[in-house]
Write a protein that binds this ligand. Structure first.
Ligand SMILES: Nc1nc2c(ncn2[C@@H]2O[C@H](COP(=O)(O)OP(=O)(O)O)[C@@H](O)[C@H]2O)c(=O)[nH]1
Ligand SMILES: [Mg+2]
Length: 222
């Protein structure tokens, strides 16, 4: 009886929550992607004007609900000096008040507890492509991310002169062996127009739900 009732409570009032890191160099389009995703998936969300997004200092947090699944995104600053924090920060554990004031050493790290990674590449920035590849290589080489699905977004595909998906795959080909057997998809995308955003999010949902090695958190629906 208890199992039945708790199952019913979970079905009606709880969502499975998965934590997703959005990584990539500064200016790749991470924050624009997060805003576009919130606007597309959250009916109540009155999005900000995408053209008014400014450089992220620190991080942005946002949630996107897809059916009974909630993705909690952490959009981390991509400037070089902030990249060293990607694998060091800590996830909050609400409802602890003031969690964001706690030093990261007090709890576990982003990488160890995240369920998925979205890595955003600026397809118009050929000059920084190898820098982006190096940052990506460190991400996929991290043991704490073993088995975690990675969605690579080749962003800014609305720009006519951008690099194509095959160009980007070739430039990132050194990293293939480090990707291993985890789920990984390279998706053409424009965070600005929304092209590829829904496909990318839906792919990520499918992957995190089937990854039994990192079970979700349960959250009451608010
Ligand atoms: N043309 C184009 N511009 C984009 C796209 N996504 C982001 N941008 C622009 O790229 C710049 C950096 O975007 P932002 O989201 O702040 O990048 P972040 O530093 O990775 O968070 C802004 O001027 C955005 O308007 C896209 O898909 N297409
Ligand atoms: Mg940003």
């Amino acid at each position: 009886m208890y199992t039945l009732l708790s199952g019913l409570y979970k079905y009606m009032f709880q969502k499975d929550e998965y934590c997703i890191l959005i990584l990539g160099l500064d200016n790749a389009g991470k924050t624009t992607f997060l805003e576009q995703s919130k606007t597309r998936f959250n009916k109540q969300y009155k999005g900000m004007s995408l053209s008014k997004i400014t450089t992220t200092v620190g991080l942005n947090i946002g949630t996107v609900d897809v059916g009974k699944t909630r993705l909690m995104f952490w959009d981390l600053g991509g400037q070089e000096e902030l990249q060293s924090l990607w694998d060091k920060g800590a996830w909050p554990s609400p409802p602890l008040a003031g969690w964001w004031l706690q030093p990261s050493s007090m709890s576990s790290q982003y990488y160890a507890e995240c369920h998925g990674v979205i890595y955003v590449i600026d397809s118009t920035d050929e000059e920084r492509l190898s820098e982006s590849k190096q940052a990506f290589e460190k991400v996929v080489a991290s043991e704490a991310l073993d088995g975690v699905p990675i969605l690579v977004l080749a962003n800014k595909q609305d720009v006519e002169t951008c690099l194509s998906i095959p160009d980007i795959k070739t430039a990132f080909s050194d990293c293939t062996c480090k990707i291993g057997r985890r789920d990984c998809l390279t998706q053409a995308c424009s965070a600005l127009t929304g092209k590829g955003v829904r496909e990318g999010i839906e792919w990520m949902v499918k992957c995190v739900v089937r990854n039994v090695h990192r079970p979700p958190r349960q959250r009451d629906i608010t």
